[in-house]
Design a protein around this ligand. Structure first.
Ligand code: DX5
Ligand code: ZN
Length: 230
């Protein structure tokens, strides 16, 4: 069975009690923390920066933190996120003048690196930098907001990305971001994803009767993943 990882996007968490929210999703069975950084320039929204990442580490979060940069330019903020405790740092190729250099910078700072592809962005650049990439992230919505619907063409793109990664023989995660719900996670996994960002799909499923608020919803995601290939 594939090593599936669920990555709740804290964009949909209650920011007034962020540390507690992150503790709860991890205690409910999620694997990594998806951290959406938006600059009101590359995308039309403004969110959180390195100080918040550092605060989560100081709060005691030990899970991997998957920093998704939706900022332009990207290079200046990479060392800041490395110091703040990021595990992965991913960025959009359109947002960097020198994609190869930005990838090297991320690894040079001791983090895992990744490229993010918007729905209309072809996978071409991956071919030339695949040796410098630890994660490929396909956007299944246009970046900027939580709660949008999954764009179905992304399933075919996932199949293509899965072929490219497998042919490379490299250890690269294939992550999907946008509109992931209990109802579609199985077909997304069957198309080749192994890492699943879910914001509204998880935080919207809070249940105060659960020991950690999210046990039921995360359990439903896991049950669907257990059916993959069956
Ligand atoms: C969108 C962000 C996503 C977002 C996903 O730009 O990159 O991570 O939080 O939210 P949902 O899962 O609600 O589509
Ligand atoms: Zn994201």
């Amino acid at each position: 069975m594939a090593d599936f990882q669920i990555a709740p996007s804290i964009l949909s968490a209650d920011f007034a009690k962020l540390g507690e929210e992150v503790d709860n999703v991890i205690a409910s069975g999620c694997d990594i923390v998806h951290f959406d950084v938006m600059d009101n320039h590359y995308v039309p929204n403004l969110t959180i920066g390195p100080l918040v990442c550092e605060a989560l580490r100081k709060h005691g979060v030990t899970a991997d933190i998957d920093v998704h940069l939706m900022v332009k330019p990207v290079d200046a903020i990479i060392p800041d996120f490395a110091k703040a405790g990021a595990t992965y740092i991913t960025f959009h190729p359109e947002a960097s003048e020198h994609v190869d250099r930005s990838l090297q910078l991320i690894r040079g700072e001791g983090c895992k690196s990744g490229l993010v592809f918007n729905p209309a962005t072809p996978l071409d650049v991956l071919e030339w930098v695949i040796d410098k990439v630890d994660m490929v992230l396909l956007m299944s919505v246009n970046p900027g907001f939580g709660g949008q619907s999954f764009i179905p063409a992304t399933l075919e793109k996932l199949r293509q990305a899965r072929k490219i990664i497998d042919a490379s023989g490299r250890d690269i995660r294939l992550e999907i971001d946008g509109g992931v719900k209990v109802a579609n996670i199985r077909e997304i996994a069957e198309a080749g994803a192994d890492t699943f960002v879910a914001g509204s799909g998880i935080f919207g499923g809070a249940n105060d009767a659960d020991p950690n608020r999210y046990n039921t919803i995360v359990g439903q995601f896991r049950d669907e993943l257990a059916k993959v290939g069956g």
